[in-house]
Each structure stands twice: as structure tokens, then as C-alpha cells.
Design a protein around this ligand. Sequence first.
Ligand SMILES: Cc1cc2nc3c(=O)[nH]c(=O)nc-3n(C[C@H](O)[C@H](O)[C@H](O)COP(=O)(O)O)c2cc1C
Length: 315
Amino acid sequence: MDNKKNIYLAPLEGVTDSIFRNTFNKCYGGIDKYYTPFISPNSTFKFTTREFKDIDPEKNDINTTVPQLLTNNAEHFLWAVHEIAALGFKEINFNLGCPSGTVVAKKKGSGLLYYTEDLDKMLDEIFAGLKDDVQISIKTRLGKLEPEEFYEILDIYNKYPISELTIHPRVQMEFYREPIHPEFFEYALEHSKAHLVFNGEIKTKDDIENTFSKYAGINAIMIGRGLISNPELAITYKNGQETTPLDLNKFKLFHNDLLAQYIEILSGEKPVLHRMKEFLVYWESNFPDDAKAIKKIRKSNNLNEYKTLTEALFQ
Ligand SMILES: Cc1cc2nc3c(=O)[nH]c(=O)nc-3n(C[C@H](O)[C@H](O)[C@H](O)COP(=O)(O)O)c2cc1C
């Protein structure tokens, strides 16, 4: 395992909550850092109950979990950093990549990238005001409209002691549609002062190996959808194993563990079904010959039916 590079689990709002992260770690592992979906600090200077639950140090390993913040206000950011650092976390990530329309309209996430003066001012205030012994990393896109915006954005990032810069090489307008712009990651490799992490469209063990050999200077990649679809991906790479079809017995244990926990914390069958069906979007690629069964699961409207159908699918 020693010569293997690092793999981080990307944050996916509505998917990679603390239950998912812990259960993933217990059943599969192979992940060096788990990024939380974003928390939005605001003028209430309070985390919501849901936000706090997701970063509660009793439910997270403070050494491998990285809480993520989404805001365009340095005072709110620094307040949250102080609170989160006091819980023992070592790194906090700044979301400058979220492409969602409502977020971007508020000049947050990748929306802030378009306002380079504001971005620079905010980073200046953050790093000047940082009192806590905690690292600040950034997860970014290339810009809002055109990837060429990244030249100026990277010049700004280079002014600050960012612990790691994760780049998802798309602009906001491209959401999660292909193609990505690897040439801008290459540009960053030559010009970034911060250590870089590559993120985007890594789905197989070959993709992992190719990414690390293509960008020899990097020590880590971040994977989202690929790892959710195939939870064996990271550990297969780390153990130097051959890729095999997903082990359905293991996957069943993982699935049933998640299901049991959501039944325990969510009230009512509908929210549990909703939650499990969010995962199905990613998991269904493991069952290419079972389109009908997947469709039935998607349509199931009570837990008994859902359990019977998934049980049959995993046989
Ligand atoms: C449903 C969904 C929710 C996401 N939520 C977040 C988030 O909270 N914070 C963040 O930085 N990125 C978020 N992302 C982006 C992912 O972290 C990641 O950058 C993206 O999926 C590309 O990586 P991948 O191709 O490996 O999935 C989200 C993506 C999706 C599809």
C-alpha cells in the first residue's frame, strides 16, 4: 500500500453524509480524506442541527474528515473555521466550485470566481484573519463562463497559503457535462504554488492509474460519482488488486447497513426510500442486465417492497 498515492472522497450534497462516509469506511475504506458536503455559515453564526450532526466529532474521524464551507463572506467563514477547529478538525475546505444556479446567483461557489476582486479580497481577509491552527484548502472550477478565466484565478490563489487546491477542470456553465479541460490542469501543474488534487470523471482503476501517471507531480486525486457507483474502486487501487465485478455479498452488507441506519434516523418510510433511491442513481450501473428490476425498485413506495426487490437484485 505504501507506494500508492492518496484518494479523497468528493463531497456530494444529499449523498455523502456522515452515515454514508462512516459506513463506506467500515465496509470498504481505501480513502485518505472524506470531504463533507458544504455547510453554509451565515449571519446567524449558528450551524443548523443538520449541519452540526454532519460534522459532529463523535460521528466523524477528525483526522480524515474535512468539513467544507460555502459562503462569500469572510467574517462568516472565519466564524465557522473557529468553531470547526475547536472541534479538532485539521483542515477546512472552501467551496469555489458549486455550479448550482441558486448558489451562483448569490455569488457563491463557482459564482464567486467571476468576481475576481471580491474573490481576492475574501481570501485576503480569510488568511489575514485566520487565528486557528487549521489548514485551509480550496476546491475550485476553472471559472464561470470560459476556462481562460482560470489564468487570473490561479494568480489570485498563488498569493495565499492554500494547503491543497482541488481542481475540477470545468467552468460553472458546464455543470457536470463533458468534456473536461485537462490542459488547464496541466497549466496549473506548472504554475500553482499549492499542492494540486485532480477531480473529475475518474471511474475505473485504469483512470486512477492513468491520472497519476499523466500528472506525475500530484499526490492525490478526488473521486465522487465513480466511488459511489463502485465503492471497491479505491481499495482495489490501494491493494494493487485486479478489477473484478462488484462483490455482491459485500455490497449487500454495505447497502443493508446504510438502510438500517437511515431507517433509524429518518422518520417515516418515504424519506428512507428517497434517500436510498438517491444512491440507486449511482449504483444502477453495476446492474446493466437488470434494468427492469431497477425500474421496479425506483417505483417501490414502501420499505417491504423495496427490501424484497433489492434482496432479489443482490442474489
Ligand atoms: C449531486 C451532487 C452534489 C454535489 N455536492 C457537492 C458539494 O456539496 N460540495 C462540492 O464541493 N462539490 C459537490 N459536488 C461536486 C463533486 O464533489 C465533484 O466535484 C463532481 O461530482 C465531479 O467529480 P466526479 O466526476 O468524480 O464525480 C456535487 C456533485 C453532485 C453530482
